[in-house]
Write a protein that binds this ligand. Structure first.
Ligand SMILES: *Cc1c(COP(=O)(O)O)cnc(C)c1O
Length: 251
C-alpha cells in the first residue's frame, strides 16, 4: 500500500521543477557526445546516482522518465525504498562495494549488480542467486587506473600482492550459475581535466573488446563509465551507460 506523504509530494514537485531543465541539458550533451563519435545517442543510458539524496529527488527523476537508478550502499537503498515504495519500471543498479553479509538484501533490492570487484563476491552472489532462483546481471569492476586504494580487478596479469587480475578470475566467474556477466565498469582516477581520463576509458573499452572476442559466452554489451565530471569523454570512448549524480542533483 502506498500512502501519500504530504511532505514527499510537495518536495517531489520542487525537485521536479529543478531537475527537468538539468536533465534535458544533460541528455542533450550525451547525445552530442555520441554524435561526435559517430554513435547513436540511443546506445547510451543515463543512470541517476541517488546516494545521499532525499527520496523526493528519486521520485522526481523517475517521474521525468529516468528508469535506471543507482545506489552505492545497500543500507541506504533499503531505507530509501521503504519511503518510496515501488517506482513502476525502475531498474535498480548497485554501483558500490558489496559486503558478503549484505548480499541477500542486495539481491532483493537491486536488478543489477554493477560493482563485482572480486572472485569471492562473484562466488557468493552466484550461490545466493541460485538459491533465490534468479540469474543476476552483473558488471565486473576494473581498477583501470591501477590505484592502490581503489576496488576492482586488476586490468592485467600479473596483479600485485592482494589484488586479483581479471583474466585469472574470469574463466571461473563465467562458469558460475546464477550470474550473467554483461560487461565492465570502472571509476577512473580523479582528474581536474576530463581529457586526462580519456586513456582510462579507452583502455576499458579495449579490454572489453578483447574479452568479447575471447569469451563469447558472455554478452559484454555494457560498458559503465563516466560520471558528472567526464561523462562526455566516456560517451566518446564508448560508454553505454553513464552514472550521474552531482550534475543532476547538486548546485
Ligand atoms: C557517486 C558515484 C557516481 C556519481 O558521481 P557524480 O560525480 O556525482 O556524478 C558514479 N559512480 C559511482 C561508483 C559513484 O560512487
Amino acid at each position: 500500500m502506498e500512502v501519500p506523504i504530504p511532505d514527499l509530494e510537495a518536495s517531489t514537485e520542487a525537485w521536479h521543477a529543478r531537475l527537468a531543465p538539468r536533465l534535458e541539458a544533460v541528455r542533450e550533451r550525451i547525445a552530442a557526445a555520441a554524435r561526435r563519435a559517430g554513435r547513436d545517442p540511443d546506445e547510451v543510458t543515463l543512470v541517476a546516482v541517488l546516494k545521499g539524496r532525499p527520496p523526493a529527488a528519486a521520485r522526481a527523476v523517475h517521474d521525468l522518465g529516468v528508469r535506471h537508478l543507482a545506489e552505492n550502499r545497500v543500507q541506504e537503498a533499503r531505507r530509501r525504498r521503504e519511503v518510496l515504495g515501488t517506482l513502476p519500471g525502475a531498474l535498480w543498479h548497485l554501483i558500490g562495494p558489496l559486503q558478503r553479509n549484505k548480499i541477500v538484501w542486495a539481491l532483493r533490492l537491486f536488478d543489477r549488480i554493477d560493482s563485482v570487484d572480486r572472485l569471492s563476491l562473484a562466488r557468493e552472489l552466484s550461490r545466493r542467486a541460485v538459491r533465490a532462483g534468479i540469474a543476476v546481471p552483473v558488471l565486473l569492476e576494473v581498477n583501470v587506473g591501477r590505484e592502490p586504494q581503489k576496488h576492482g580487478f586488476w586490468p592485467q596479469a600479473p596483479a600485485p600482492e592482494g589484488r586479483e587480475a581479471l583474466e585469472a578470475a574470469l574463466e571461473e566467474i563465467l562458469s558460475l550459475p546464477g550470474l550473467r556477466v554483461e560487461g565492465l565498469m570502472t571509476v577512473p582516477p580523479l582528474a581536474a581535466d576530463p581529457e586526462a581520463v580519456r586513456p582510462y576509458f579507452r583502455a576499458l573499452r579495449q579490454l572489453r573488446d578483447r574479452l568479447a572476442a575471447r569469451y563469447p559466452q558472455a554478452t559484454w554489451a555494457r560498458l559503465s563509465m563516466g560520471m558528472s565530471a567526464d561523462f562526455e569523454v566516456a560517451v566518446e570512448e564508448g560508454a553505454t551507460e553513464v552514472r550521474l549524480g552531482r550534475i543532476l542533483f547538486e548546485g
